[in-house]
Design a binder for this molecule. Sequence first.
Ligand SMILES: NC(=O)c1ccc[n+]([C@@H]2O[C@H](COP(=O)([O-])OP(=O)(O)OC[C@H]3O[C@@H](n4cnc5c(N)ncnc54)[C@H](O)[C@@H]3O)[C@@H](O)[C@H]2O)c1
Ligand SMILES: NC(=[NH2+])NCCC[C@H](N)C(=O)O
Length: 706
Amino acid sequence: MSSSIRFLMCSPKHYDVDYVINPWMEGNVHKSSRDRATEQWQKLYHILKEHAIVDLIEPQQGVPDMVFTANAGLVLERTVVLSRFYHKERQGEEPFFQQWFEDQGFTVYTLPKELPFEGAGDALLDREGRWLWAGYGFRSELDSHPLLAKWLDIEVLSLRLMDDRFYHLDTCFCPLTNGYLLYYPPAFDAYSNRLIEMRVPPEKRIAIDEADAVNFACNAVNIDHIVVMNKASDNLKARLEEVGFHIIETPLTEFMKAGGAAKCLTLRVTEPLQPVHHAAATVESRTIQLEGHLLDSGLINRALDLIVEGGGSFQVLNFSLGEQRQSTSSAEVRVTAPSHDVMEKLMSQLIDLGAGLRPQEVCDNPLEEVTLDGVAPDDFYVTTIYPTEVRVNCQWVRVNNQRMDGAIVVSQTAEGPIAECKLLRDLKKGDKVVVGVDGIRTVRKTESREQRTTNDKEFSFMGSGVSSERRVELVVEQIGWELRRIRDQGGRVVVVAGPVVIHTGGGEHLSRLIREGYVQALLGGNAIAVHDIEQSMMGTSLGVDMKRGVSVRGGHRHHLKAINTIRRCGSIAKAVEQGVLQSGVFYECIKNNVPFSLAGSIRDDGPLPDTRMDLLEAQREYAQLIQGADMILMLSSMLHSIGVGNMTPAGVKMVCVDINPAVVTKLSDRGSVESVGVVTDVGLFLSLLVKQLDRLTSPYQIAQPV
Ligand SMILES: NC(=O)c1ccc[n+]([C@@H]2O[C@H](COP(=O)([O-])OP(=O)(O)OC[C@H]3O[C@@H](n4cnc5c(N)ncnc54)[C@H](O)[C@@H]3O)[C@@H](O)[C@H]2O)c1
Ligand SMILES: NC(=[NH2+])NCCC[C@H](N)C(=O)O
C-alpha cells in the first residue's frame, strides 16, 4: 500500500438511479440493485485499499449520486476547487463535500453559482503534473477553466466533449503514469484531438475503440503501474501490459446504470504539486454586440449556436428587447474559446452574422503589408458577400467592391482612408491588408416578420429555402412581375445559363426574353453557345432533333460542325453579320446588343472563338457584366452559377433554377430577402415565365399618389 496516495470514496448506502441526467440513466430509473451495488463497491474499495489509503465521506439521503466522489471537486496539493453541479439533482451534494474538505483543512475555492464545473470528473491532471486537462461541453463550462488555471496555478488545456455518452472527461480520457494516455478520440472535437496529439507523443497515446469505451475502460483508477477498471478487451489489456501496466478488472455494472464506473467512484485527494507546472490557460474571451431583429430573424439563436458548434461557450451579458415588432433588439454576449485560433474562427463567423465588438473594445484594424504580388499576409480577413466596414483611424470605413473570398486593402488618400475588396491575385507588393477580425463589422439586413410580410405583399421571393413542393407557377408569377418591373424601370437583369437550357427546349424562350429586353447580359460557358448554335443551324441539340425528340444519324457530330462553322467565321458576331447564324439565343444577343461572356472549362470542345480560355480574363469579364445587376437569373449551371454567386455582393436578388435541390440550396443560401431557389426543369420554367410575362398585359404601373 502506498501511504502517500489517498482516495475519497462514499459508500452506496443511498445510491440509486432516481432521475435521468445522462444517457446511461435512461431506462434505469430504480433498476439498480442496492445489494449488487454494495458488493461491487466493496470490491473496488478493497482493491484500492491494497494500494492506497481510502478516506470515506458519510453518504447522505436525497443525493444518490454522492457515491461518485470524483465530482466532489478538483484537488491539487492542499487546494480544492469545489464542484458547482450543472444539474439541480446533484447540487445538494455541494455543502457536504465542502464541509469535508474544510474539515480536512483544504483551501476551498468556490465558483459562481452560474458557472458549472464538475470537479475531477471533468478535470484530470497530467500524471507528470505538467498541466491540467479540462473537459467542457455537457456539464462544466469553458469559462471555468481560466479560474482553475488561476487558483491552481497550472496550465489548463481545454477539451471539448462531443458525445453525450461521454459527458464527463473521465468517461473517455485517462492520463496514466509515465505520460501515457488512455482515451477515446471520437468523444472529442477535431481541435481537441489535435491538442491531445500535440501534447502526447504517438507512442504514449492508447486510443481505444467504441466497444471498450462503452465499457468505461477509460474510467480507470491509476496508481503507479496499476490500472483498475470495470472491463477491458483482451486487446486493450495486452496493449496496456505491453507498456508496463497491470490491469485489475472489477465489475461496476450497477454504477454504469448511472453513468459512472471506477474512476467516478473515487477522488484522489493527494495530488502533489510538480515543479514544472505554471499558471496558463489558452482560453480567450471577447464581448460582442448584436443589433437587429434578433428574435424575429433568429439571429441571436444562430449566433449562439455558431459559438457552441465552433467549440466555444457564451454568456449573454444583457439583452434589450425592442418594444414593438418593428423596433430592434440588442444583446451583449461574452464569447469564450479554448484558444486564440478557435476565437479567431468564431469571431470571423460572428462578424459575418453582423456581430461587432463593443465600441470600447474596437481597435483599429491591424494591417499587414503584402510582400509578394498576389499573396496576402497569412492571417488576412476573408471577405463575405455582406457589406463590410473596417475601423481605420478610429472611424468606420465602408469597403468598396464587396465580394466574397477577397482581402481588404486599406489605403490613405487626401480625402481620407479608403478600403476595397481585392482578389488575392490582384494584390500588389506594398498593399496594406486587414488581418485578424478586430475592428470589422458587416451590415446585415435582418427584417422583422412585419417587414418581411409587407414586402411579400408587394414583391419578394417567397422566402429563401428550397422546396420542389413549392408551386413553381406561383414563384414564376412573382419572378415575371419582378422582371417586368426591373425592365420598365430600366434596371439590369443578368442571366447565367448552362447548355441544359438548350437541351430542354428553353432556348426559344430565352431568345424571346433577350429580344423583349428582359436580359441585359448573358453569362455561360462554351457549351450553351455551342448547342444553341447547333440547334439554330441543324435543329438538334447534342444530336437530338429538338422537334421530334429523337437522335438523328451522325447527330453526335453536329455540335462540332457548329463549332467549326463559327471558327471559320471568326466569332459569333461575325457569323451573324455573315448571315451564317440566323436565330437562337446568341443571335438575339448580337442583334439586341446584349453582351455575353463565355468562360472556358476543361471539358470544352473546340472551343468557340468567343470562349475565354483564360479564366482570369473570364472572371474579370463576368465581374464587369454583373456590376449593378438588380437580379441574377441562374439557369441550370452549377459551375457558372457558383462562380457568379462568389463574385456577387449582398443585396442582389437571385433566382436559382435547377433540377437538383442540393444545387439550388447551395446557390440560394444567401438569406430570404435576396434569393429563391426553384427546383424544376429549366425548360418548363422558361416556358412558364414567358407565358406569365404575356399575361402581364399592362406594363408595371407605379401607383400614382391621388
Ligand atoms: N461540348 C462542350 O464544350 C461542353 C459540353 C458540356 C459542358 N461544357 C462546359 O462544362 C462546364 C459545366 O457545364 P454545366 O454548367 O452545364 O454543368 P454543371 O454540372 O455545372 O451544371 C449543370 C446543372 O444543370 C442541372 N440540370 C440538369 N438537367 C436539368 C434540367 N432538366 N432542368 C434544370 N436543371 C438541370 C444539374 O443539376 C446541374 O446543376 C461549362 O463551362 C460548359 O460550357 C462544355
Ligand atoms: N466523474 C463521473 N463521470 N461521474 C459520474 C457521475 C454520474 C452521475 N449520475 C451524473 O450524471 O452526474
